[in-house]
Design a protein around this ligand. Structure first.
Ligand code: G4P
Length: 527
């Protein structure tokens, strides 16, 4: 494989995730991307999984019972000669730390907002992680076929909530519900909105130049033209550098359900979103894309197939050419690692893959030695920075229902902590005291309990604790906190100290009374 080939292959790759609040339209949009890329011939094939109708997945029984997907799916498809890797960020009830970790493996994100709702809680959380990484974000305002907020108001709201200025590329003609089409500010065309029946096939699009459209269109068009002029005046215009730095976000308006605006957004993924570039190692060294193979693990999924009891470690390639079966080095264990069982995932189906390039995400099956954050490499050694744990938001206790299973319980607890299934928070001064389990989503506890019982043979009883909020702290502050009521200091596997509080009010008062204490929120900063 020549260096030119690696660089050419990398240039045509786009690796991104869609972030949204549940119900904003992420699944619909994903499905439409597949429709437009020719991956599926008719919309409906991905979505069916959600309803459980065509769920072919035989992953965890829990997953079957609920008809939801616990695993982050990685979809790879081609569009106009480009290779697109779309990583799923689980939402709804399956929201977990994995959702955040996926963002460590992408180069850009699409933020999907519901036109009637704007920024919602879950988008905000995911957005903070993107922002901490200075990740470029494309904004898609969905459901314009229904009543919506005013578009200028939406722009203000986004800027206020997340501090990012949006630079509309397409601008709506007509308010939501009376949608007539969009003005594309880049091509200076008007594209009329045509309702397609649930968008089973691509939407008809006949761009008309603005001058011609002025003669044909009515009041809404005139108003939209005025608004577009205003956008020019206030400088809400795409600036590529600012976008790549995560400071501005190109905005698109559409309706995923009826396919409108989907093509513009896909084109933007190709023309605006960045291809994979060099990544920095833990020691500050730079791994260029055409350096020898390197990758890092951002997610480990166990027991997707109970009949095989396997573990799939998902890695993102950062440099070089990957060939299945190649011998690489496992950095943490400093030993050779075989990559015989490399797969790609499409929905719930697995395919063996033979090669990969920077930006690609591959699953390594039966990779029992791999943990989140591990680096694999060929050639010169490299270790990518660890993926930090996130500040837990839910705190539960766990104990084996049968005390004779305490040993199995401890073993499982340690392993699932290492795997990142939950965060085990321990009293560092009393290591045998009952731990508190921390998570960002309820699903993490359910996976924990299921796996402890089925893999380690220890049935557990789990209960919510009185802790409601945690902040990262240091030794000095921890000592003072230990003297307060309604708080407790616990440590996680990587040695991070967390101060837990029994109410947000108490946390606020503690911060107000002691502004010099270290009580920080944990937002990812690794590169
Ligand atoms: P999510 O993955 O972000 O949770 O959202 P999803 O795509 O499942 O969409 C949530 C609901 O919003 C779905 O309706 C979907 O059809 C609808 N929707 C998505 N995009 C649009 C759009 O552009 N316009 C309109 N009007 N609706 C949209 P549902 O009733 O929950 O499911 P279904 O019965 O339609 O399948």
């Amino acid at each position: 494989m020549s260096l030119t080939d690696i660089s050419e292959e990398t240039k045509r790759r786009r690796t991104f995730a869609i972030i949204s609040h549940p119900d904003a339209g992420k699944t619909t949009l994903t499905e439409k991307f597949l429709l437009y890329s020719g991956q599926v011939s008719e919309a409906g094939s991905v979505k069916a999984k959600k309803g459980g109708k065509s769920a072919r997945s035989d992953w965890m029984t829990m997953e079957q019972d609920r008809g939801i997907s616990i695993a982050s799916t990685v979809l790879q498809f081609t569009y106009q000669g480009n290779v697109i890797n779309l990583l799923d960020t689980p939402g709804h009830r399956d929201f977990s730390e994995d959702t955040y970790r996926v963002l460590a493996a992408v180069d850009a994100a699409i933020m999907v907002l519901d036109a009637a709702k704007g920024i919602e809680a879950q988008t905000l959380k995911l957005f903070e992680v993107c922002k901490a990484r200075n990740m470029p974000i494309l904004t898609f305002i969905n459901k314009w076929d229904r009543p919506s907020l005013d578009p200028l108001e939406l722009m203000d709201q986004i800027e206020e909530a997340i501090g990012v200025q949006t630079t509309p590329i397409t601008w709506p003609v007509g308010p939501g519900g009376e949608f007539e089409g969009v003005i594309n500010r880049k091509t200076n065309h008007f594209i009329r909105f045509t309702r397609t029946s649930r968008g089973a096939t691509a939407a008809p699009e006949d761009p008309i130049d603005l001058k011609t459209a002025t003669g044909l269109e009515g009041e809404y068009f005139t108003k939209a033209l005025e608004e577009v002029m205003l956008l020019d005046e206030i400088g809400a215009t795409h600036d590529h550098e600012l976008f790549l730095a995560g400071e501005t976000s190109p905005l698109f308006v559409g309706s995923a359900l009826t396919n409108f605006g989907v093509r513009d957004l896909l084109e933007a993924v190709i023309h605006l979103a960045p291809a994979p570039t060099s990544r920095e190692g833990e020691d500050g060294s730079i791994r260029k894309i055409d350096d020898p193979f390197s990758a890092f693990v951002f997610k480990v999924q166990a027991n997707m197939d109970p009949s095989h009891r396997d573990r799939v470690a998902f890695m993102r390639i950062n440099s070089g050419h990957f060939e299945r079966g190649m011998q690489v080095t496992h950095h943490r264990l400093n030993k050779p690692f075989s990559t015989k069982f490399a797969t790609s995932m499409f929905g719930s189906e697995r395919d063996t893959v033979d090669e990969g390039y920077p930006g690609d995400v591959l699953g390594l099956v039966n990779a029992n030695d791999l943990r989140i954050g591990d680096t694999l490499y060929a050639g010169e050694a490299i270790a990518f920075p660890p993926i930090p744990r996130f500040e837990p938001e839910l705190f539960w206790s766990a104990r084996p229902t049968d005390v004779s299973k305490t040993k199995q319980f401890r073993k499982g607890l340690n392993q699932l902590d290492e795997e990142g299934v939950v965060q085990v928070l321990r009293d560092l001064d009393a290591p045998t005291a009952s731990p508190v389990l921390g998570a960002v989503g309820q699903m993490q506890f359910e996976v924990f309990s299921h796996r402890l019982e089925h893999e380690f043979g220890a049935k557990v009883e789990m209960n919510p604790t009185s802790w409601v909020v945690a902040r990262r702290t240091n030794d000095d502050t921890a000592q003072k906190i230990r003297e307060l009521r309604g708080t407790r200091v616990l440590g996680s596997l990587d040695g991070t100290l967390f101060a837990l509080f029994d109410s947000t009010g108490r946390l606020m008062r503690t911060i107000n009374d002691n502004p010099e204490w270290v009580l920080e929120r944990v937002v990812e900063t690794a590169g």
